[in-house]
Design a protein around this ligand. Sequence first.
Ligand SMILES: NC(=O)c1ccc[n+]([C@@H]2O[C@H](COP(=O)([O-])OP(=O)(O)OC[C@H]3O[C@@H](n4cnc5c(N)ncnc54)[C@H](O)[C@@H]3O)[C@@H](O)[C@H]2O)c1
Ligand SMILES: N[C@@H](CCSC[C@H]1O[C@@H](n2cnc3c(=O)[nH]cnc32)[C@H](O)[C@@H]1O)C(=O)O
Length: 411
Amino acid sequence: MNDTEMLESGNMKIDWVLNHMPVLNIIREQFAKEKPLAGHKVAMALHVEAKTAALVETLAIGGAEVAITGCNPLSTQDDVSMALHNKDNIQCFAKYDCCNEEYYEAIDKVLDFKPDITIDDGADLIFKLHTERTDLLPEILGGCEETTTGIHRLKAMERDGALKMPVIAVNDAMTKFLFDNRYGTGQSSWDGIMRTTNLLVAGKNVVIGGYGWCGKGAAMRAKGLGANVIVTEIDPIRALEARMDGNSVMPMKEAAKIGDIFLTTTGNRDILKKEDFEVINDGAILANAGHFNVEINLEDLKAMAGSVRTVRNNIKEYKIGEKRVYVLADGRLVNLAAGDGHPAEVMDMSFANQALCVRYIAENKLSDGVHAVPHELDIGVAEMKLMSMGISIDKLSDEQEAYMAGWETGT
Ligand SMILES: NC(=O)c1ccc[n+]([C@@H]2O[C@H](COP(=O)([O-])OP(=O)(O)OC[C@H]3O[C@@H](n4cnc5c(N)ncnc54)[C@H](O)[C@@H]3O)[C@@H](O)[C@H]2O)c1
Ligand SMILES: N[C@@H](CCSC[C@H]1O[C@@H](n2cnc3c(=O)[nH]cnc32)[C@H](O)[C@@H]1O)C(=O)O
């Protein structure tokens, strides 16, 4: 595509998702009227695709200047990146399939614009601010973190006294993780796997590593596709939950012997490693929907493989003897590197939280450390979502309020 076609394609994708993000549209109208972000500069590292573009536009409509880059070398959609870069008060430095050096150069460019608010997905911006760019910290009012592992890392920084700015844990909003991590990943990871492989899921042994919110969603949707689902875990409670939800549960070294499709969703590393590859079946498909490309140990796989070759877009074949093992999207997030990410209706709530938390940071002085999303903001997102779906619910009567608050009434 030439530049004109790229611009057109990017803007078409943004228009499409905006038609399916009613809560963000309500916020856009509020932001257009009130301009709550006037005078603020927001630096972002998120997956640059259409739903993220809708969030970026919302912040700019609110009066902010915005600079954005990607948060994963393989999740940027270049047409959307170009469309964003051509909008007023927005700069976009994201590029698909960028090398590590280009990735971190773009992070630096976003920080060169001297932000006072940041939005991260995996905390790459915040880590750079606390390592090579500490000179920028005095101007920072606060930041937002989109995902579970990003928050784990920020809480570790806070524990070690290393976090020198306020950060709002957007992932931990109920209207984020209960829907994005569970239903979003549940649908988008299988979207990525199916469009990449064009293979059947029904009747296959699907092994899900991790039964957290992402794993629950991925297992639920695998079952819906007719798979026989096996879960691996390290947490006895989550393992019990997986079993009671009707899944088989076993250690990975057992599951590796029977799995056809493997999907890791842990945020940890080495979920699939050498001893698993030794017993894995010929033709096994490996994909990751957790975090960085360390959940599948590609170093082990490369060391064991006699040959590695691309056999289809986003599919690499590792040949171990006569056995072929297929890795999707180089072990990066399969729903974003080999798909379009979560459905728009789900990112509507995640990014409504982001936009409202950026406003909250602009309007409130927060102490350094990790902060929860204000409860009333979280509930407000849920109420707007229900309204947009034409769903109304009951309210407690005075008597019920009193009963729930009291202790005197016995059996
Ligand atoms: N692909 C996406 O779009 C997407 C969306 C949301 C979150 N995430 C990422 O996915 C990861 C999981 O997110 P979550 O919200 O489900 O987190 P979570 O903490 O709810 O779940 C993670 C689960 O993995 C389990 N686990 C950890 N190490 C394990 C191991 N070695 N073997 C088996 N299980 C193990 C934990 O016990 C836990 O139950 C995080 O890295 C998060 O950032 C990805
Ligand atoms: N940057 C890291 C961590 C990303 S975790 C995945 C996060 O991406 C978010 N996400 C999932 N789908 C989309 C999407 O379509 N657009 C933007 N973000 C998304 C989701 O909220 C989740 O918390 C990495 O790439 O490995």
